[in-house]
Design a protein around this ligand. Structure first.
Ligand SMILES: [Zn+2]
Length: 444
């Protein structure tokens, strides 16, 4: 188990949501309250949203009902499929999903007000989760959504844009994915992110950067005061910069442990490449390892025992191979087979693998590309699908609302033209994406 595991069971959405219920849980669903996370950071985020609601004196819009008709429904948790199935979305939730018979009453209840989308001959799945993405602008958020990721975990943002994007899922359905926000990267050199908050100024003049336990705790606490859900830190330098060696150590186990303890109830995700870096992060108690190329067998065993998640970000790592920079291209070619083997070993050992693209800006790798790369690394199709749905939902502590099309879950749906249980490319080009009950993509 994770060293600070809490679960979300107290916040299961009502199965037949009344308007009041929808409104009262809307903040939670937007991620602002965190599911089961009680602590200064998340509590202040919840309070902020309540303040905003009180100041604004209005209520979020309620999306019109949608009926997605006639597709093959795929449940990533069980692998079960329902042919000629129907999904009914109303008030931002799944009102019903299943066979025609099982959904007949729900369909009748929205007749007249619902828009119908035909999915005949296509595959209908829950909205996908990208567990590592950098979203700093509305255009980035739109690109992520259109690529099929209706829920994301931020891998950090420059100026707390992820924290500000988070409530949009409630207030402007279809404008931004449901978000676990990370705020500012806990890293030695803050660069311009020191301008994200005046409280960061004391860290701007440090000679060696943010490295002492007390400075790491301070930076983490500033993030929490800004209402982050998770904290992003690192063990190693970046792979995407030719002048950096991603196998050098940036933070050791003690330094990462200082971040984990200051994070309190907020989960920590840790960028790590080298065996030593990954091992230190795992033993320091992080929730997930990001990238993780050189993870060793004994560390994988630790991860299994502790319930540490593995986000290999294959799209980012393999993508280096196509870089015009020869150092990066060589790095990509060297890392790709090593990471593929690590993903297979993790899966075989029972470490939970999660899909994340590490996309930046509007040049977004579809989360469906990560799905394909996980299959190409050797995961069974269903396991790769879980990496982008139920496993990622569990990592984000949103298993009770994201990753399946169960009654009461979020109205997040994608429609694919091919069967993802046999075709690894099926999720790269989606024909329909519905996020928070709003259609954000619909191929002609
Ligand atoms: Zn990243």
């Amino acid at each position: 188990m994770c060293l600070h595991d809490h679960d979300a069971s107290t916040e299961v959405p009502p199965t037949v949501p009344s308007r009041r219920h929808v409104l009262s849980v809307a903040g939670v669903l937007a991620g602002v309250a965190g599911s089961g996370l009680a602590g200064a950071g998340t509590a202040s985020a919840a309070m902020r949203t309540q303040d905003a609601r009180a100041r604004y004196r209005g209520e979020p819009p309620v999306p019109d009902p949608i009926v997605i008709d006639g597709g093959t429904l795929v449940d990533p948790l069980t692998g079960d499929v329902v042919e000629d199935g129907v999904v009914v979305l109303a008030r931002g939730r799944v009102l019903a999903s299943g066979t025609r018979d099982a959904t007949r009453r729900a369909v009748r209840s929205v007749q007249g007000s619902a828009r119908t989308i035909s999915a005949t001959g296509r595959w209908v799945l829950p909205g996908l989760v990208d567990a590592h993405v950098h979203v700093n602008a509305l255009a980035d958020a739109a690109a992520v959504l259109r690529a099929g990721a209706t829920t994301v975990r931020s891998g950090s943002s420059n100026f707390y844009q992820d924290v500000a994007l988070r409530p949009l899922a409630t207030w402007a359905p279809g404008r931004a994915p449901r978000m676990r926000a990370a705020g500012v990267f806990v890293s030695p050199d803050l660069g311009d992110t020191v301008l994200a908050d005046p409280d960061l100024a004391p860290l701007a003049g440090l000679r060696g950067g943010v490295r002492s336990a007390s400075d790491l705790r301070y930076l983490t606490r500033v993030n929490r005061s800004r209402g982050v859900d998770v904290v992003k830190t690192r063990a190693n330098p970046r792979a995407g910069l030719a002048e950096q060696d991603p196998t050098e150590l940036v933070y050791d186990r003690e330094q990462i442990a200082a971040v984990v303890s200051a994070a309190g109830p907020a989960d920590v995700l840790c960028h790590a490449y080298s065996e030593r870096g990954i091992d230190g992060a795992v033993r320091a108690g992080v929730r997930s390892i990001e990238h993780g190329v050189y993870v060793g067998e004994s560390t994988l065993e630790q991860m299994r025992r502790r319930g540490t998640y593995f986000t290999p970000t294959m799209a980012a790592v393999t993508g280096l191979s196509g870089s015009p920079d020869p150092v990066l291209a060589a790095r990509g070619r060297e890392y790709t087979p090593v990471l593929q083997a690590a993903v297979r070993a993790a899966h075989e050992r029972g470490v939970t693998v999660v899909a994340g693209t590490d996309s930046f800006g509007t040049d977004v790798d579809p989360i469906g590309t990560e799905f394909r790369l996980l299959v190409e690394a050797g995961l069974p199709h269903l396991a790769a699908l879980r990496a982008a749905t139920t496993n990622a939902a569990r990592l984000l502590r949103w298993s009770d609302r994201v990753g399946r099309l169960r009654q009461g879950f979020q109205a997040d749906v994608v429609v694919a033209d091919a069967d993802p249980l046999v075709d690894a490319t099926a999720l790269e080009q989606l024909s329909v994406v519905v996020a928070q009950g709003a259609v954000v993509r619909e191929a002609a």
